[in-house]
Design a protein around this ligand. Structure first.
Ligand code: GLA
Length: 684
């Protein structure tokens, strides 16, 4: 699985098509009201009793620290000076104070061969003073030190460094001798030996050293370690490797969310290390990554080279209020309260009786997400305080918890049933529908709503709408109110004019509400409002790949026009080829993919020849779907590399938007290079 000829990692990356806003589109998100969020409480799962050995005391809260892998892999900059530099920064930049403790080495620290005595030999170029010296340095800073090897004959790197299978006791002794406090034990080259057996032997070998060593079980969730690894170590990987992309991070998050019942003090689900700061996601996405890892009580291992990381990474990683959610002593993993059309509500019970609540928007457009204090597990009360853990501000609500959340964003709050609620300002819910579709050159009416969610009045309420340059937003009704009583709403109609010539795509407007509390404090709240700008397609039959899409998202690399997806770069595919037949026109995509075009109700059919591109060799299986607004107008079922091009025809009469979707057909996204060959549309 590791080094594939077509480099499609186990969980792959997403790119943008041109300058268009991209992202995983939540299924059926078009025109669906964002208000109704049904409650689905996961069925309880039996949890194995913790081991009696006391080893769980080693990580009563999820381990926090650093590991070099996500930033360096095996590149030369992974060396003694890097490790020391990170330890220095932990102290200088407040990370140690924020709770980060372990400085860990990943693969490639050793020489490929053991010495004549069977001992591991540190790579003299990377670690000229040996591993013990680095460990001493890390310890001298009041930090702890971790190392890596594999429960196999070799580690995972293609160079293949020595693994510990058959050498467990001597390797564990060597680690303990160096002062190792944490071992990540990987799964490569395991020779088919039973996982439980391999991981148990190392557990015993570590115990035999007499040194307390946190034991991180890294078998990628292959043998359901959440069912047995709690008897052996303090954390277990639940998935394949993370990469620095939205699609990788969010798919791992969703897999790990399902395992909430298994987490407990001393035994944690590990959805892999952090990518915050590595550059492949936006800051909004990194805040989602960090918020969701924290609400899942995941280990927080920084995976960026802090010596060169942007300031925004430090701001995210040292947000003490978010870290406190992760490190809460009750040790519960947050549970999914509701999930519909990409709107997720996750709630984590905290030791002080409050709840951390994440309103996570998986969709590629701003959406309003709503829940209630009761739904997230809080007791009935007249009022609740709501602490926003990213804005660091307090409001109160009488029960509704709601926010308009940007695409791929997360609002993270901490909610208390609190007798003193009335001393905080009322929370105000600011929203304006979901993804209005319009055309360049048109004026469209949008209605904004500002609702007082609290038990006290919001005074001197006013609302404004900021539009991109060249656009106009003219209010058609009142933009202010002297006061909103509890539950009251200021609704405002706006006529929004999109200038002619605006290219197709989603644009965010900014809706801002201002109000005063009883005591006169002024509060401002701004939210994004997505407007989808379409450009009419030519009359008659035309190639969709010649038109500008409304949105495009892809599981790996960018969506390509008239070429296959190829590698992760733009324009690096080949001719679209299915079963030996090549096509001059069409779209090259990679599952999971979604490409939307504006039809404006003027088109009748979309046709295409679809299949897995021949560039995958003998791999890949996907399913194609054509959606006309909220209706699935055509679907293929599973199509594999062995199938010839299949003709698809969809009736899209009357639809505003057509969405071309490719799924992984349920078996993961590896090698899922898919072609919408010769995709054409007929319009009036
Ligand atoms: C595996 C692990 C990664 C990393 C690499 C090192 O893929 O899952 O986290 O340790 O090996 O080669």
């Amino acid at each position: 699985m590791r080094h594939l000829p077509l480099r499609t990692p186990r969980v792959t990356g997403r790119r943008l098509l041109g300058a268009l806003i991209a992202g995983l589109l939540a299924a059926g998100g078009l025109g669906v009201s964002a208000r109704a969020v049904p409650v689905t409480v996961p069925a309880p799962v039996p949890v194995p009793a913790p081991a009696a050995s006391g080893h769980e005391d080693l990580a009563r809260t999820p381990p926090m620290g650093f590991n070099n892998w996500n930033s360096t892999h095996c590149r030369a900059e992974f060396d003694e000076s890097m490790v020391k530099g990170i330890a220095d920064l932990f102290v200088e930049r407040g990370l140690k104070d924020a709770g980060y403790e372990y400085v860990n080495l990943d693969d490639c620290w050793a020489l490929p061969e053991r010495d004549a005595d069977g001992q591991l030999v540190p790579d003299p170029e990377r670690f000229p003073n040996g591993i013990g010296a680095v460990a001493d340095y890390v310890h001298s800073k009041g930090l702890k030190f971790g190392i890596y090897t594999s429960a196999g004959t070799k580690t995972c790197s293609s160079i293949g460094f020595p693994g510990a299978l058959g050498h467990e006791y001597s390797d564990a002794r060597q680690f303990a001798g160096w002062g190792v406090d944490y071992l990540k034990y990987d799964n490569c080259n395991n020779q088919g030996v039973d996982a439980k057996q391999r991981y148990t032997t190392m557990r015993d070998a570590l115990a035999a050293t007499g040194r307390p060593i946190v034991y991180s079980i890294c078998e990628w969730g292959q043998n359901k370690p959440w069912e047995w690894a709690g008897d052996l170590g303090q954390l277990w990987r639940t998935t394949g490797d993370i990469s620095d992309s939205w699609s990788s991070m969010s798919s791992i998050m969703k897999a790990n969310l399902e395992l909430a019942p298994y987490a407990r003090p001393g035994g944690w689900n590990d959805p892999d290390m952090l990518e915050v700061g590595n550059g492949g996601m936006t800051d909004t996405e990194y805040r989602t990554h960090f918020s969701m890892w924290s609400i899942m009580a995941a280990p927080l291992l920084i995976g960026t080279d802090l010596r060169t990381a942007p300031e925004s990474a430090f701001e995210i990683l040292t947000n003490g209020e978010v870290v406190a959610v992760d490190q809460d002593p009750l040790g519960k993993q947050g549970e999914v309260v509701a999930s519909q059309d990409g709107r997720w509500v996750v709630s984590k019970e905290l030791a002080d009786g409050s709840r951390a609540v994440a309103l996570f928007n998986e969709g590629s457009r701003a959406q309003r997400i709503e829940t209630t204090a009761r739904a997230v597990g809080l007791p009935g009360a007249r009022g609740y305080t709501v602490r926003d853990l990213w804005k660091h501000s307090d409001t109160h609500t009488t029960g509704t918890i709601a926010a308009t959340v940007p695409a791929h964003g997360t609002v993270l709050v901490r909610v208390h049933a609190d007798r003193k609620w009335a001393q905080y300002p009322p929370a105000v819910d600011v929203s304006a529908g979901g993804g209005t579709v319009t055309e360049a050159g048109r004026t469209e009416r949008i209605t904004s709503e500002v609702t007082d969610l609290g038990g006290t009045a919001a005074r001197s309420v006013s609302v404004s709408l900021t539009v991109p340059e060249g656009w106009r937003a003219a209010p058609a009704s009142a933009t202010s109110a002297r006061a909103l009583r509890p539950g009251g709403t200021l609704a405002t109609d706006w006529d929004v004019t999109v200038p002619a010539g605006t290219p197709a795509g989603d644009r965010d407007l900014t809706l801002t509400a201002e109000y005063r509390t009883r005591s006169g404090t002024r509060i401002t709240s701004s939210v994004p409002v997505t407007v989808r700008v379409g450009v009419p397609l030519p009359a008659g039959e035309s190639a969709l790949s010649d038109a500008g899409p409304l949105s495009a998202s892809n599981g790996w690399g960018p969506v390509e026009r008239d070429r296959s997806v190829g590698e992760s770069g733009a324009g690096d595919g080949g001719p679209l080829t299915i079963g030996g037949t090549t096509f001059a026109k069409g779209l090259g995509v990679h599952a999971p993919s979604s490409v939307e075009y504006y039809l404006g109700g003027a088109c009748s059919t979309v046709t295409a020849q679809v299949g897995v591109d021949d560039e995958t060799g003998d791999r890949g299986s996907v399913a194609f779907e054509v959606w006309a607004d909220g209706t699935r107008a055509a679907s293929t079922g599973t199509v594999t590399h062995a199938d010839p091009a299949r003709a698809v025809s969809a009736d899209v009469s009357g639809a505003d938007v057509v969405r071309l979707v490719v799924t992984d057909a349920g078996d993961g996204m590896d090698y899922d290079h898919a072609d919408w060959a010769d995709v054409r549309v007929t319009c009036a």
